[in-house]
Design a protein around this ligand. Structure first.
Ligand SMILES: [Zn+2]
Length: 218
């Protein structure tokens, strides 16, 4: 997920970066543990309901705290090492690293949800392939027996104080995506990123191929 980079040298608490949504609710971010600094998770509170979304991570203390008792808690649920060996052809050591040291395998997801006890636990990040998803479900059920959604693309949750409905969207495949909002169009922008491409790569660019801009672009 795109993540605002947290400043590891800052003296403020990890839950330091938050933005305000259009409805005026705060959207605090807190750290996730995934390979390098910068991965985050989010919590949204709105109208007495709470939603927590975990970025890629091993189970961590910030998530356990922020997600405790929340209404809808979404966390990654990755593969087992054995599944990843079969799917990706990795040797065990590397498969264990990917599935268990930088991601959360099904049993870990289940343990975390047993600790957090949400009204609805939502698992994502595994592939919804028939040959692996049932085993992932079974492994989650070894460590968690509460409400559970094994999510897919376009899974929708309708949440009220006394009911959570899990549905799957059907939609018109020929529809255009929604346009951006005026707020997004006019939001202040940071400086463009530089130094992301190596010189050898930029030197591969063919000059004078694309038309120059006809309006100011700086
Ligand atoms: Zn991942």
């Amino acid at each position: 997920m795109p993540a605002e980079k947290l400043n590891p040298t800052s003296s403020t608490s990890p839950r330091q970066r938050s933005s305000t949504t259009r409805t005026g609710s705060r959207l605090p971010a807190f750290p996730a543990i995934h390979i390098r600094d910068g991965s985050v998770s989010y919590r949204l509170d709105w109208n007495g309901l709470s939603f927590v979304f975990g970025g890629d991570s091993v189970p961590n203390k910030w998530f356990a705290k922020e997600a405790k008792g929340a209404d809808v808690v979404v966390h990654e649920c990755f593969f087992t090492p054995e599944q990843w060996m079969a799917i990706a052809g990795f040797p065990y050591k590397e498969a264990y690293w990917v599935t268990t040291l930088i991601h959360t395998p099904p049993e870990g997801f289940g343990k975390l949800m047993s600790m957090v006890e949400p009204r609805m636990a939502v698992a994502y990040h595994y592939w919804n392939h028939r040959d692996v998803e049932l085993e992932i479900f079974e492994k989650v059920r070894k460590t968690y027996d509460g409400p559970l959604t094994m999510s897919d693309d376009l899974t929708v949750l309708n949440v009220t104080k006394d009911h959570i409905e899990v549905r799957e969207v059907t939609f018109n495949h020929e529809s255009w995506p929604m346009g951006t909002s005026k707020e997004w169009d006019t939001a202040p922008r940071s400086e463009p990123a530089t130094g992301l491409s190596s010189d050898w790569l930029l030197e591969g660019k063919l000059e004078d191929m694309n038309p120059p801009p006809t309006q100011p672009v700086e």
